[in-house]
Design a protein around this ligand. Structure first.
Ligand code: FAD
Length: 393
């Protein structure tokens, strides 16, 4: 049997860790190099569309994921001022039958911990900020700020929107400020009213979004229903902060939504910890790979959060790269090219659609909602769209 390839992954976010789990499952020698000095994820929620859940289930996380994830029943859209119903669409009830997997919501930190445990802390090296990466003959190498240098058969740049690996391989452009900032916060569910701002809506059961002038606010349950996740997006002309994530205050957030539904603002007043983010993206990148080095996740295709697909497409990448390296282990350069060929068109399409949805969101009072069905139905474990099993009789 041939030697299993060694893979160095730069970046221990959701993307690097998914790739790590998928590669490890196939027997690769995997090491993850993360610049942060401690293991952590932002304290906020994540929507996991059925396309992401198919991957996580295939990685063997089915039961563990459902132990902390939630499955919102309906997607409910409300008017910003009087909380009257704009529309209600089934979400949880139809997802499995229509797309082949559930639509789940989870705390990022819970998913992150699951993946770190699977890879093994010994394979995740902290305090390693990558400075250089190169293909030298038949070897890929990476060098870190602390002077360490590693060699591997393949280097994967999973180092996020401000990726150093991407910069080394392809460009020196800066990410583009999208014109939106977002507050992320969580609320203990016991502080959330039993009925939501609209009497027919349950914030414990539904995915609820308010849309109005200059922004939108979405909420969904996470951590087995113990917490309510809040994301509040707000249109702005420029982002003056040096950092793209800064601590903020509840008063700062609620002042931006003055005049919005009173019960909603009262509830948001109970938030304890809150962060403010400037939202950035980039144009699609035509190529992701060079020699024995490639990109995945936000390093390759950072996108606006309007379709809640950045992490989902990243999770898909993580599985797909393991599939291609397994099938093409004899020639890793070719395997990376095949990975790029499969993933780049899909990720670019979602990136551009997320941008279009952002433009649509400004068309208040009736922003057109783009269908995500074609995204949800995909199964990255095979590289094809999911099809329901044929019924007999
Ligand atoms: C407000 C908001 C809400 C979102 N909501 C959703 C959602 O509901 N559903 C969804 O699917 N997506 C969502 N997304 C998108 C999602 O968060 C990202 O697409 C996803 O986290 C990308 O994962 P990643 O691993 O590629 O990058 P990251 O999570 O950014 O991880 C990159 C890692 O690389 C490390 N790193 C950086 N540079 C170096 C270096 N030089 N050397 C070593 N390590 C390095 C970083 O410390 C980090 O740990 C949202 C995004 C935002 C901003």
């Amino acid at each position: 049997m041939s030697r299993k390839l060694s893979i160095a992954i730069i970046g221990g976010g959701i993307g690097g860790l998914t790739a790590g789990c998928a590669l490890k499952e196939r027997g690769f020698d995997v090491n993850v190099y993360e610049k942060a000095t401690e293991l952590r994820e932002v304290g906020a929620g994540l929507q996991l569309g059925p396309n992401a859940v198919k991957v996580l289930d295939a990685l063997g996380f089915r039961d563990a994921l459902r132990a902390f994830a939630c499955e919102p029943l309906d997607m409910v859209s409300l008017e910003w001022n009087d909380a009257s119903l704009r529309y209600r669409q089934p979400l949880g009830s139809i997802s499995e039958a229509r797309f082949g997997a559930k639509y789940l919501t989870a705390h990022r930190a819970d998913l992150y911990q699951l993946m770190v445990d699977r890879i093994g802390q010994g394979s995740v090296h902290l305090g390693r900020s990558c400075l250089e990466a190169a293909t030298v003959g038949d070897v890929a190498m990476a060098r870190f700020e602390n002077g360490d240098e590693v060699e591997a058969d393949v280097v994967i740049g999973a180092d996020g929107i401000r990726s150093r690996v991407r910069e080394i391989l392809f460009d020196r452009d800066k990410p583009r400020f999208t014109g939106q900032l977002g507050w992320r916060a969580v609320l203990p569910m016991e502080r959330v009213p039993l009925v939501g701002p609209n009497r027919d809506i349950s914030l414990r059961r539904d995915f609820v979004g308010f849309i109005g002038p200059r922004g939108h606010i979405i909420m969904y349950p996470i951590r087995g229903g113990k917490l309510l996740n809040v994301f509040a997006g707000y249109f702005l002309d420029s982002w003056a902060e040096e950092s793209w994530t800064v601590p903020s205050s509840v008063a700062d957030m609620t002042a931006s939504y003055a005049g919005w539904n009173e019960q909603l603002l009262e509830m948001l007043g109970g938030v304890e910890q809150i962060y403010k983010w400037g939202l950035f993206d980039r144009d699609p990148l035509p190529h992701w790979s060079k020699g024995r080095i490639t990109l995945l996740g936000d390093a390759a295709h950072p996108m606006m959060p309007t379709l809640a697909q950045g992490a989902a497409i990243t999770i898909e990448d993580g599985y797909a790269i393991a599939r291609h390296l397994d099938a093409g282990a004899a020639d890793p350069v070719k395997a990376l090219a095949a990975y790029e060929l499969e993933r780049q068109p899909r990720a670019s399409k979602v990136q551009l659609m997320a941008r279009q949805q952002y433009i649509n969101n400004k068309m208040v009072p009736s922003p057109p909602t783009l269908s995500r069905d074609w995204i949800f139905i995909h199964d990255a474990t095979t590289g094809r769209d999911w099809e329901p099993a044929a019924t007999t009789g």
